[in-house]
Design a protein around this ligand. Structure first.
Ligand code: SF4
Length: 358
């Protein structure tokens, strides 16, 4: 706790806020692309402490939020099929598909198990050879290495009843797509967890091409305030660059072992993102078709639209704020989420609902 308290020191926070107010003398639009940052910015009330010259936008940083309805529909169909067990991280279970969530499908008899890691799915599959086990691999560069380890393990064990339905995604193509879509982004608060794996170099092309300031941030109030001050200074000095604020976890070269694992087990592929559509080479698919659920079960990749009125796609692009959706807090809330952005605690709509509502 003492360690965390150091990053929540009120005096130091005050000092940073004063400096930000003093130095932020022009309008700056800052987007965060990590669900953990979305949650922390709202939970700690940081947006309300910033000068009016700084606008915070939430981008496509919540894995559950960017995952398509078509993916959920396929996962539900698999879980309802005889002889198949679907294993998933907990957040995904309540994401609405076209007809059912995985939770609702489970209530109708589908075999859905919540696991803490893909290795837990391997253990279950190993003890239950009569069933095919499908792990729902979602998330960015952060979670892909765990899926890679599971696939390697299954391969070494010569398992034929385990595979991954991969919706793993890569962050830089989405960050570029946001700017290409015409959204004004002067700076990115770059994702801390993703960067522990990738390092900082993958953001260099964004700075070069779009002259956008990039700071890789931690998740505590002091981390985020210092990151915002670093952004303000980069923009003021007209020297956009990639800086690491989160130095206690992120190294410039990242985790090379994890990077090798991703490259060894996955191929880059085109992937669909809510709000952004299909982005070339923005996803990961298993190299070995034996462990690829899409190939193994011939899953189609159709993409149903979001429910009428739901503006999750625009929220994830930073075009609107959650409160601009007519369904926000009327019929859409964390207990009864209409769209994916209200499901996870890291979704922009749920963060606004719980902490900001402004
Ligand atoms: Fe979608 Fe609900 Fe957010 Fe509206 S408030 S954009 S329906 S998740």
């Amino acid at each position: 706790m003492k360690f965390i308290d150091e990053f929540r020191n009120p005096g130091l926070c005050d000092s940073l806020i004063t400096r930000i107010h003093r130095e932020a003398d022009r309008n700056i639009t800052v987007m965060e692309v990590c669900g953990g940052h979305t949650l922390a910015l709202h939970r700690f009330g940081i947006a309300a402490l910033l000068p009016p010259t700084i606008e915070l936008l939430s981008g496509p940083g919540c894995p559950v939020c960017v995952t398509s309805r078509g993916y959920i529909d396929n996962a539900v169909a698999l879980a309802l099929s005889s002889g198949i067990v679907v294993c998933t991280y907990g957040d995904l279970i309540r994401v609405p598909g076209s007809a059912l969530t995985l939770e609702q499908a489970r209530a109708e008899g589908a075999r859905v198990k919540v696991v803490h890691s893909p290795m837990q799915c391997i253990e279950l599959a190993n003890k239950d050879p009569g069933y095919q086990y499908v792990f729902l691999g979602i998330g960015f560069e952060t979670t892909a290495p765990a899926s890679a380890v599971a696939i390697k393990t299954a391969s070494a064990m010569k398992m034929d009843n385990f595979c991954v339905y991969s919706a793993h995604k890569l962050m830089p193509p989405a960050m570029a797509a946001i700017i290409n879509a015409g959204v004004r982004v002067d700076a990115y608060i770059c994702p801390g967890h993703v960067s522990t794996i990738t390092g900082s170099a993958m953001f260099y092309p964004l700075v070069e091409k779009y002259k956008v300031a990039c700071v890789i941030s931690g998740f505590e109030p002091l981390d985020l305030l210092l990151s915002i001050l670093m952004i303000v200074r980069q923009i003021k000095e007209k020297k956009p660059s990639v800086e690491i604020q989160y130095t206690r976890a992120v190294k410039p070269h990242g985790n090379q072992k994890a990077q090798q694992l991703i490259q060894e087990v996955f191929n880059p592929c085109d992937a669909w993102w809510r709000g952004l559509g299909i982005l070339p080479k923005s996803g990961l698919t298993p190299r070995n078709a034996k462990f690829d659920a899409e190939a193994k079960f011939s899953l189609s990749t159709g993409e149903p639209a979001d429910p009428p009125g739901c503006r999750c796609g625009d929220v994830l692009k930073g075009i609107v704020k959650p409160v601009d959706c007519k369904l926000f807090s009327t019929i859409c809330n964390p207990v009864h989420p209409v769209g994916a952005c209200m499901v996870s605690s890291e979704g922009a709509c749920q963060s606004y609902y719980r902490y900001a509502n402004s």
